[in-house]
Design a protein around this ligand. Structure first.
Ligand code: GTP
Length: 324
């Protein structure tokens, strides 16, 4: 089976860091978000096709230099085609059925159960749904007693949502659905195509367990905490020469002597952290410099950014080469 991974979005909610780093390459718990997604593909998936657009070259370079466990093939859009257009553009030789994934979803549920549900029930597809407190920012499903999806409402007002079960960004489809997407024009899969597929029977797989759309700073850091707790992160112990507590993932090329950790931190390649600096619940990208005595809490620090000596950064996103 092949997986089609949507990876072409602009990541606007993670700006300014996504002006230079595509969202899927932001490291969380020691490896890029995309690799957490690829490493958790269910058994039986033997190739992932990446539908890229924004910063396709950067992603291509990274994937070539750091081959994922599963073979990948990239198909880039010249103009952004939206989720549906991206699927049509990249889905030329998909398997029947194929798996469809958003590249920014970090989850703890059993995707093999989704495949089993599709095989059992048939229909044109099965979508993983998760239950959330407030469904209003998402695509919300109305279901019948057999878990068949009757209707999808995108971003409804909270009081008008038909349920609290939302599209989790992981689904399985018969290949024929790709032919239902107009070619070479921007199309939203969720809003324009999925509603037309419902008469052909689309079922829900109601998943429980951790789920996060890691597309905002707060949710990205929550996903990182989960990955560390679930043992899916890098090293848990703090490195020698530092104090405090893990879990942390520190690239071996980083220099962190004399730093103190407060848990749940990723430090990327060639980062320099000065003595007496404090880091907690944060992601620090390549070659950033956290000067002596500075603190970074609940933040994302972009590549080559600098946090000045003694300065405190809390709940911030710093772009490439920013100074704080
Ligand atoms: P925001 O701008 O912060 O909303 O992030 P985003 O651009 O990633 O959008 P969103 O999280 O809604 O996208 C869901 C998934 O679809 C992500 O995996 C995106 O990378 C992907 N995606 C969004 N737009 C496109 C597109 O035009 N083409 C392709 N190939 N993928 C897309």
């Amino acid at each position: 089976m092949k997986a089609l991974v949507l990876i072409g979005g602009f990541g606007t909610r993670l700006r300014p860091v996504t002006y230079s780093v595509p969202k899927q390459l932001i490291p969380i718990a020691g490896k890029p978000m995309l690799y957490h997604v690829l490493d958790e593909l269910p058994p039986g998936v033997d190739e992932a096709v990446l539908a890229t657009g924004y910063k396709a070259d950067e992603i291509g370079r990274y994937v070539t230099e750091h081959p994922p466990k599963i073979p990948v093939r990239m198909v880039a859009e010249v103009e952004p085609l939206g989720t549906g257009g991206g699927m049509r553009n990249a889905g030329g030789d998909m398997s029947d059925p194929f798996l469809l994934l958003n590249s920014d979803v970090i989850a703890g549920f059993d995707s093999a159960a989704l495949l089993a549900r599709q095989a059992e029930r048939g229909g044109v597809g099965t979508m993983t749904l998760v239950e959330v407190e407030d469904p209003s920012p998402y695509g919300v499903a109305e279901l019948d007693g057999d878990d068949r999806i009757l209707r999808f409402v995108e971003k409804p007002r909270r009081e008008e949502a038909p349920s609290r079960w939302i599209n989790a960004g992981l689904s399985i489809w018969k290949r024929e659905v790709l032919g239902r997407i107009p070619d070479r024009v921007p199309v939203s899969w969720e809003q324009e195509v999925v509603p037309t597929l419902l008469p052909g029977r689309v079922y829900a797989y109601r998943a429980t367990g951790f789920w996060e759309d890691a597309g905002t700073p707060e949710r990205l850091l929550r996903a990182q905490r989960y990955l560390f707790e679930a043992g899916r992160g890098g090293r848990r112990a703090i490195p020698g020469g530092t104090t405090g507590k893990g879990p942390v993932a520190v690239d071996p090329s980083a220099s962190v002597d004399g730093a103190t950790f407060g848990g749940s931190v990723t430090i990327s390649a060639h980062v320099v952290v000065g003595a007496g600096a404090y880091l907690e619940d944060s992601v620090i990208l390549d070659r950033a410099n956290i000067e002596p005595g500075a603190s970074v809490l609940h933040s994302i620090v972009g590549p080559r950014a600098r946090v000045r000596a003694g300065h405190r950064v809390s709940h911030e996103v710093l772009g490439e080469a920013a100074e704080a």
